[in-house]
Design a protein around this ligand. Structure first.
Ligand code: AP5
Ligand code: MG
Length: 191
């Protein structure tokens, strides 16, 4: 099993690059943001709880997202590997993921971390907010809260994987295709 984490701040291109990577490498895409938005669209109890946090640009509680990832791993016993997008986002999530993957004897091969300036992140998200309908994209204050959450709680997750030499920084600006090529070079070294 080949498992990757695509890491980076809000708007760094995780979703965009994930689509291309899963099709090239045959991985199962697990995006906690997408899973949460699916629950919100169906107005499930979990979705309603998560929406209160997401609308403010705050992280959803760890136990909610860890539970979702645990079920998704169980639901895909035959996957060749997983591409984690937007997860893990706290130290507690990183430790929970390690424990879940230990049970499957399938560690993380690498964390690919997209590096994008804050100015570019805000520009991209405000632009998408004009059409996406995502409640956390159409307000600059909420976008800034998402970035603050990233600095306060998520950036340290990279330190967790650095101790195992798993982190690779990738320049996340430029064309989508050029960034994709940079990612593939690093993946091919490890596949
Ligand atoms: P989530 O859905 O994960 O959102 P995010 O990480 O905040 O950011 P995005 O998904 O918007 O950005 P992205 O990096 O995927 O970039 P994208 O490819 O879309 O999380 C949303 C919320 O859910 C969180 O705030 C939290 O509340 C909750 N949540 C989710 N996971 C959680 C967890 N594990 N724990 C707790 N809470 C959790 O690109 C962005 C835009 O840029 C697009 O318009 C795209 O077209 C454009 N773009 C992409 N690449 C380029 C490029 N190279 N040049 C120019 N534009 C580009
Ligand atoms: Mg995304």
């Amino acid at each position: 099993m080949f498992n990757l984490i695509l890491f980076g701040p809000p708007g760094s291109g995780k979703g965009t690059q994930s689509e291309k990577l899963i099709s090239k490498y045959g991985l199962k895409h697990l995006s906690t943001g997408d899973l949460l938005r699916y629950e919100i669209n169906r107005q499930t109890p979990l979705g309603k709880e998560a929406q209160n946090f997401m609308d403010k640009g705050h992280l959803v509680p760890d136990e909610v997202v860890i539970g979702m990832i645990s079920s998704a791993l169980d639901d895909n016993p035959d996957a060749k590997g997983f591409l984690f997008d937007g997860f893990p986002r706290t130290s507690a999530q990183a430790e929970a993921l390690d424990n879940l993957l230990k049970l499957k004897n399938a560690p993380i091969a690498a964390m690919l971390a997209l590096d994008v300036t804050e100015e570019e992140l805000i520009k991209r998200l405000l632009k998408r907010g004009e059409t996406s309908g995502r409640s956390d994209d159409n307000n600059e204050n909420v976008i800034r809260s998402r970035i603050v959450e990233y600095h306060n709680k998520t950036a340290i997750v990279a330190d967790y994987y650095k101790q195992f030499n798993k982190v690779v920084m990738i320049k996340g600006e430029g064309s989508v295709d050029d960034i994709f090529k940079r990612l593939c070079v690093e993946i091919d070294k490890r596949a």
